[in-house]
Design a protein around this ligand. Structure first.
Ligand SMILES: [Fe+2]
Ligand SMILES: [Fe+2]
Length: 203
């Protein structure tokens, strides 16, 4: 069928740098029901990614994979800190490390799920993980150093997620809301760590 061929071509265009799909309403305009239905029937193998998806999917997937690597590295660093925390204050601080490790892992899961929804491949490969991650893995030799490194890593994640949120804006509101939510947790983590660092004399 000739119409199927032209739809495939449309799809190829939309995966590179999308010129507006002919059936997608211009910004500020609303589509009528017939057009919405017609659009939804096209390229249904794309799942959640419909012709109205406004973002450059390749860029969003790259950013999400970097965020995924960041979350995985943060999970590993907090686990290391949890298991090696020693000293008078270790118990309470280690409990905080463990809580953060679990939350970073949840973030990684949410990001991986969104990558798949967008038709991408979540990159869990250990090869190059540290390079893909924005935050670093530093083991730390004492409690104070661990907290300090965790705080630095959180501040890096906060900056990079904030940039992502700004980039996503209205282009992909679902990914933006997810990243806003994750960003809020990273801010809480940074706040917890700053309290630990300043609030007591760590040994
Ligand atoms: Fe996180
Ligand atoms: Fe965090």
């Amino acid at each position: 069928m000739a119409s199927t061929e032209s739809l495939d071509q449309d799809q190829q265009l939309s995966t590179t740098q999308a010129p507006a799909h002919p059936l997608v309403a211009a910004p500020g305009q609303l589509s009528d029901v017939a057009t919405l239905r017609q659009r939804a029937r096209q390229s249904i193998e794309e799942g959640a990614v419909t012709p109205g998806y406004d973002a450059d999917r390749g860029t969003v997937l790259r950013l999400l994979n970097e965020a995924l690597a960041t979350e995985l590295v943060c999970t590993l660093r907090y686990k290391r800190h949890y298991f090696t925390a020693k000293g008078t204050d270790a118990q309470a601080v280690a409990a905080e490390f463990l809580e953060h490790a679990k939350e970073e892992e949840e973030h990684a899961d949410r990001i991986a799920e969104r990558i798949v929804q967008l038709g991408g491949e979540p990159d869990f490969s250990p090869h190059g993980l540290a390079e893909r991650s924005h935050a670093e893995y530093v083991a730390g030799s004492n409690l104070r150093e661990m907290i300090r490194e965790d705080l630095i890593a959180e501040r890096i994640a906060i900056e990079s997620y904030r940039e992502m949120v700004r980039y996503l804006a209205d282009r992909d509101p679902t990914t933006r809301r997810m990243m806003e939510d994750i960003l809020a947790t990273e801010e809480e983590h940074a706040d917890d760590l700053a309290d630990l660092l300043t609030g007591r004399d760590l040994r």
